[in-house]
Ligand binder design. Sequence first.
Ligand code: LFR
Length: 490
Amino acid sequence: MKALAFDLGAGSGRAIVGEWTKDDRLVLTETHRFANEPVRAGRRLHWDILRLYHEVKLGLAASARAADGPIDSIGIDSWAVDFGLLDRNGDLLGNPVHYRDSRTDGLMEAAWQIVPKEEMFSRTGLQFLPFNTLYQLWAMKREKSPLLEAADKLLMIPDLLRYFLTGQTFGEYTNASTTQFLNASTRRWDTELLERFGLPSGILPEVAQPATVIGTLRASVREELGIPGIPVVAVGEHDTASAVAGVPAADGKPFAYLICGTWSLLGTETAVPVLGADAMRFNFTNEGGLGGTYRLLKNIMGLWLIQECKRLWDRQGVRRSYGEWAELAAREKPFLAFVDPDDDSFLAPAGMPAAIRAFCRKTGQPEPETEAQVMRVVTDSLALKARYVLERLERLTGIAYGGLHMVGGGIQNEALCQSTANAIGRPVWAGPVEASAIGNLAAQFMANGRLSDLAEARRWIAASIDIREYEPQNKNEWEDAYGRFVRYVV
Ligand code: LFR
């Protein structure tokens, strides 16, 4: 049995065929990989959605060719919060805007004048990030966007791609939970909240639960690609939901995870949302998970800082791979300076290395001079921020976690895994790299009945993959560094 996962990150996407082997293991084959490059056009930073859809079709065709035997189902996951609007004929209105676009600047704070922050949190359980769908829609409303006026349906990015493939419009639950207008407790759209902002609740699609079959490839796609009518499954379409499903915590005990990609997401799984004052103060979120769970987690700005440095240096002709940068950084003296990776100045700076130096200058620390020093400051700071967030997570849940599962592309940076183990003073269990794709595949196998639930999925994943353990080192040195680091947390 074979399932096909499309996993779209902010920097790249991939198509991965997952085969359920005769000895009940999962074997992955990457059949297509593509860049996801945002395009600035006119006033706005956009996602190149038709290019992405084109790549999905190329991935479908490549997977059909590569798989010997039929593909039994398809699922798509991507980053969250962003959306496209359809008009009443079902045509896409405009190009989805990138969440790092400036249209939402200052709007989150203004929104609290309309619905107080506390009320918003107790209803939606969602962290306050300036680009949540709510503020993006409100930005359109405030500038009297004709697109919003013409909109008949709002579809999040994976909903939209799934719509192109199947012709059906649903809003998948885990991703819907990132909009800040889904009620955390009832798991339904909070239409009243939207209406208080004068936003049209009639454009919201029916919510679909993850791990359910909700369509089949439409005739035009089948004909164009010469492939049969494969079922399309609503998976955990928020990539982070899929990644959490892909964490190989197989013993059924509570666990903490750190998903490492463009963003780092540190949290745990809970049965009920945690909506108290501390959760709001620490800016944790309760996003929807598979199997009726919640993802109590916090966003950390993550590898974005490293990716943006590399992008700039590449452009300046100082080209090195991520692996090379990590090695050079590892040779630098540790703890030269610290940054809070979550400082606003790092969200969308014109130049990341300059923003990092500016933070150090502003806080009276020595500035990293060389590229390798900049990388070192970022790596140390990401590891220390993980400890900071883990400790707050433990305060919220009252559970002491024995270690941290690290998953996602970022765990290929071994220095980051080791530094994180050092910073938290506990073991890190790293793997799998392709957690989102694996969680996506698991939801498909749950939809078709091969897996009964999330617990079984995790046992199956743990039996199929290799996990690398990092033991903490240099405890005293890191303890001391943490004491200095916390002074710079904003
Ligand atoms: C990670 C992620 C995060 C979300 C951010 C923006 O890829 O989906 O969970 O907060 O991207 O959508």
